[in-house]
Every structure is written in C-alpha cells, then in structure tokens.
Design a protein around this ligand. Structure first.
Ligand code: SF4
Length: 313
C-alpha cells in the first residue's frame, strides 16, 4: 500500500490541474453553468484566489496548470496579471482559456509580456466572424481577433477554440483555412450540452436561441475535441513537460550497466526487507552503512548477494 501511495504522491505532482480563479465573468454564454439556477449559490460563496495561495499551488505542480474557468473567465480575476507574473519563467506549461474580450491595450501588453513559450492562450471564438457573439454573448469578435493576432505576433501559442453550433457548422472548412492563414491552432469542439430552450434549470434572463448542429457534430456523453490545425508553437508548448523531465533526468552515459544507470539517478537507495533480507543503505561506492563491503552494482536487486552468508550466521 505504501508503494501505491508513494507512486500517487510522485505522479500527482505531474498532473496539471484546472484552476477556477474566481467567480467573475462579464459574458453570458447560454450553455455555461453560470446560466443555471443551480450554480448561483456556488457563485455567491466563491472568492478570488490570492496570489500567495496560488504560488503554493504552482510550486507543487511540476509541469504546469490550466486556467479554465467553470464559473469564471480567468482574465476577469481581479489581479490575473499577478498570477501570470508568478508563472513567468518557471518552465511550466500554462493554459489560459478565455473569451478574450473587453480588456484594454495596457492589460494585454502586460499579459503578453509574461510566459512567452510557456503560455498557451485558448480563445473561445465559435465562428469565423461576428456570429461568434451569438454564443459568446457580450463579447466583441473584432476585439478578440485583434488580441489573438497580437499574441501570435509576440510569439505566443494561440489556440482558436471553436464549438460547433447550428449557426457555424457550415463554416468549419473555411475556419480551417483561416487558421492556417493566420497561424492559429484550431481546436474544434463537438458539444455534449443540451439545446432545450425550455430547460427548467435555465435562469430567466438567459438569451437562449442557439440551434443545434447536425448530429455528427454532437456528442451524447462526453464532449469531443480534436485538432483541425496545429502550429509549431502548439507542438513546442505540448513538449514543455517532456523537456522539463529530461532536464531534470538527463540520460546517463551509455557505457554504464542498466543497474548503474538506475543508481546514478538515485545515488542513495534504501532497499526494503523485501528486496534484501536486511535493510541496507548502499552508497555509490559499493559500501553500506552497516559495514558490508563490495556489493556489486551489477547484482540484480532481487538477487541478494548476502543470502546464505550473513543471514545464516
Ligand atoms: S466566458 Fe466562460 S465563464 Fe463566462 S459565461 Fe462564457 S463559458 Fe461561462
């Protein structure tokens, strides 16, 4: 059991959790959980994540985090720039999923000054033109498009996230062409969310006039996402965890034995009673802290060189 726990603790640090930094958003996307009566209590009791608390989270997770709001758009956190600043230069993969509308030039200038090569900005633009505002109610397509280009020109990984609806399904092919022309990665989403305008859980003030797309663009259970176009920046961003792991675990010289390679990555190894009949701590020079000398590094761990000698005495 302890080994399973150890593995969990080790691997948990390698996950990249999603963080909802606040309860703030100025948009009214009709299928968002914010537009449900059931989420209102959660929104009321939520608060802004403090930078000091966020720093602890980021320190723990080795490979990065995602800012993708469930009841918020991350850029509307009261001090999101401070959170980006904390991430800057940490060589961790940071994903920011936003509608991307409504912030001034000054805000974007600072936001894009952080995390070049580390941050991937996912913009929710569900269409090739102003029709995207039919779902992203309250956004401004021209403003968002301008921010996407600005980020791209500064070397950021820009992802165009396109949910397929009845009003934009016929423009998907054109969207792929535009993504290639503009050098944006294009992530297409087949939604699993409902299109019932009479859903009793919808808040009264929600403007729900969306038409459902063809069945081939809808999912009954889990939503489906696929890359319709990838960019170099996206490939590089996806490789951040791998690069980081290789930096921290450089391959040993090839002439070493497999066992030596393992030991060089963990110079001190505590062998359990199961591996060895005695719990011996073995140093890289082949000596143990119990005075037993010359244990060969070539010896497979589960073949105890001391068996039949020390144990029988
Ligand atoms: S921007 Fe995000 S949080 Fe805000 S309403 Fe739309 S989906 Fe919900």
């Amino acid at each position: 059991m302890s080994r399973i726990t150890d593995l969990y603790v080790k691997n948990q640090r390698r996950s990249r959790p999603n963080i909802d930094t606040s309860h703030r958003c100025i948009f009214k996307c009709p299928q968002c959980i914010r537009q449900k009566t059931t989420s209102q209590t959660q929104i009321r009791r939520s608060f802004d994540l403090e930078p000091e608390q966020f720093k602890k989270i980021l320190d723990y997770y080795d490979y990065g985090i995602t800012f993708c709001g469930q009841i918020s758009d991350p850029i509307y956190h009261k001090d999101f720039l401070s959170l980006l600043k904390i991430c800057d230069g940490k060589k961790k993969a940071v994903r920011i999923a936003t509608v991307g509308s409504g912030k001034p030039d000054k805000w974007w200038d600072e936001a894009y000054s952080y995390g070049v090569g580390e941050n991937a900005w996912y913009f929710g633009v569900d269409g090739i033109d102003k029709k995207s505002e039919l779902y992203r109610i309250g956004s401004n397509f021209d403003d968002v498009w301008k921010r996407m280009k600005q980020g791209r020109d500064l070397g950021h990984c820009i992802v165009w996230q396109y949910i397929v609806f009845g009003y934009n399904e016929h423009e998907l092919e054109r969207a792929i062409e535009i993504a290639k022309e503009e050098d944006f990665a294009l992530l297409v989403v087949n939604t699993n969310r409902g299109f019932r305008t009479d859903n009793p859980l919808l808040r009264d003030n929600v403007d729900f006039k969306l038409g459902a797309p063809d069945a081939k663009h809808r999912e009954a259970r889990v939503k489906k996402e696929y890359w319709a176009h990838r960019t170099k920046q996206l490939e590089s961003w996806h490789n951040i965890p791998r690069r980081r792991w290789l930096e921290e675990n450089p391959p040993p010289p090839p002439e070493q034995t497999v066992l030596q390679q393992q030991e060089n990555r963990a110079p001190w190894k505590v062998m359990s009673d199961e591996d060895f009949d005695f719990g011996l701590r073995i140093a890289p020079d082949g000596k143990t802290d119990q005075g037993v000398e010359k244990i060969s590094w070539q010896q497979p761990i589960n073949e105890n060189p001391l068996k039949g000698s020390l144990k029988d005495e």
